[in-house]
Design a protein around this ligand. Structure first.
Ligand SMILES: [Fe+2]
Ligand SMILES: [Fe+2]
Length: 189
């Protein structure tokens, strides 16, 4: 009897988080991380190409939109009291490194990076919008707007010869796998 009582007490004191809050936390946490990664990728590419070059101007347009995206999630993470991912410092470095590396490989490789990243992020936002159903309409609207921006970035990449990059399909596969792994980790950790 005594043992049972103890057990019940433990269950009661354990913090119960409703499923919706868990989903909301995961969405905001992973999106903040992803948008940070995106700003870093484009910052890395701009460091190589410069903002005034032809390709730099196109990247700057995307980087400016990524800045709006990260600003929004930085605001939401505070408003909704969500713990940011502990992986932030790593995504920071990896994003920048990916940007610099692909830019050094050339304009086409930089655009191939954009196509791969934005395809994954565009689909990711699409899935999140579906998961939210009719809940959190403000957040859902933000996610759908950002999805449109990411798909625009994807198309800019294609219009700028992404697919002509040397080793395009391998490069694309590596980057997509990296993005998907980062998404899976950032939701939880
Ligand atoms: Fe973005
Ligand atoms: Fe983007």
């Amino acid at each position: 009897m005594v043992k049972n009582k103890k057990k019940k007490k433990n269950i009661k004191t354990k913090k119960q988080i409703p499923a919706d809050k868990k989903l909301l936390d995961e969405i905001i946490r992973v999106d903040q991380a992803g948008e940070l990664g995106a700003t870093k990728i484009y910052a890395g590419q701009l460091a190589v190409f410069g903002k005034e070059s032809n390709i730099g101007k196109k990247i700057k347009h995307m980087a400016d939109q990524e800045q709006e995206h990260i600003d929004t999630f930085n605001r939401l993470i505070v408003e909704k009291k969500v713990r940011p991912t502990a992986m932030m410092p790593l995504w920071n470095i990896l994003g920048y490194t990916l940007g610099v590396t692909t830019a050094i490989m050339g304009k086409k490789a930089a655009m191939a990076c954009t196509v791969a990243v934005e395809e994954v992020i565009g689909k990711h936002y699409e899935i999140q919008a579906k998961q939210l159903k009719d809940k959190e309409p403000e957040l859902k609207k933000i996610i759908l707007n950002f999805r449109d921006d990411e798909l625009e970035h994807h198309d800019i990449g294609l219009e700028n010869d992404a697919e002509k990059a040397f080793g395009y399909s391998l490069l694309s596969k590596i980057i997509k796998t990296g993005c998907k792994t980062a998404i899976a980790i950032s939701k939880k950790i």
